[in-house]
Design a protein around this ligand. Sequence first.
Ligand code: GUN
Ligand code: ZN
Length: 433
Amino acid sequence: MILRASLLHAVGEGPLTARLEALSDGGLRIEGGRIADVGPFAEVRDRHPGAPVRRLEGGLLLPGFVDAHVHYPQTGVIGALGLDLLDWLERVTLPAEARFADAGFARREARTFLRALVQSGTTRALVFGSHFPAAQAALFEEAAALGFPLTSGLVTGDRNLRAELHTAPERAYAENRALIERFHGKNGLRYAVMPRFALAASEALLQVSGALLREHPDLHFQTHLNENPSEVAAVARLFPSARDYLDVYDRFGLVGPGAVFAHDVHPNPRELARLAAASAWVAHCPSSNAFLGSGLFPMRAHLEAGVRFALGSDVGAGTRFSLLGEAMDAYKTQRVHPEGVHLDPAALLWLATRAGAAALGQADEAGGLEAGRSADLVWLRPPPGSTLEAVLSHAGSVEHALGAAFALAREDAVAAVWIRGRPVFERGMLQAE
Ligand code: GUN
Ligand code: ZN
């Protein structure tokens, strides 16, 4: 089938070199879950005269968004105001995550979580999982049923959490192995090893994480890094012989090209150089960084050091699933940062699409509208009578239209979503299952 729409994506090697490519009357042919052809509508139709056409009137058809850091068990804690990271974890978030010991509850929450992602236009994600294997299996199963290409894994910790969330290293090894065997590489699912953060991990648990990565070199890795000054100081006390926070992970072989470190708000120059040398990724989570008062992301320092970063919603410290909103928060926080980077609409779209795909090791698979890629698509259309509709009616350029979408579009502007060519969401009707 051919989708006829106003097509837009971002190309380039990074946020500062990103530029937009737009086709106001474009055609995009989907076959076998992939973008089989793309170009001006008349040309695509002439090449495939028999193909059925669906016209997407108004709005913009974009590549699906890729969220590089979001927590499955935290949908219910969005909006718990007034706390810094460590108090927020102890008082709000860890108690909520303990409820995932109930597998039935976890499965319902998995459905809610996946629905929240797709109805926000997110079509791929690196998802921080649950501490409970049955809950994690439920997320993988629900993602497979929906056709959502999830990268996720069991979250592990063996100290400084709550007793019911602790997993001894040997058990963590066995539970990870069992989940990897069941889910990794099947139905579009990929597995990531995830010690929660250095503060919750013994050396033995970090060793287990490294062993899993050595045994399965195609696994991903994700954890938290340099989020909050009190957390950074506590990690330094817990690992007195480490050079810095990143070094705690590095000593166990956890810093490589398949690694994504969430936050990195307070890095030192050595850590930035090491992240760049290892080709590791950072997930920049602007709404979370502001919400928990963690600080302003030093984007310029990351760019100057050559450290690559993508966008993470970090729900539930992040305040919504929409990467449009997250990109706007990245823009605004750079505006108020004394050494902030100017991000134009192309940079924001690049960060919300290509960067996440590359961080997940899927740079050739997702993030753009080129023929050959997975047909992961989001149709943004302003709700009738909305402010966005009014602004778009005045937009004189595609840059302005996209800037308005970042400023104003939220869940209700996501009209339809396709993942791997399958319609998974239309406003007013969830076509999953
Ligand atoms: N560090 C360790 N766990 C978490 C979490 O759940 N959210 C955030 N933002 N930081 C963390
Ligand atoms: Zn997080």
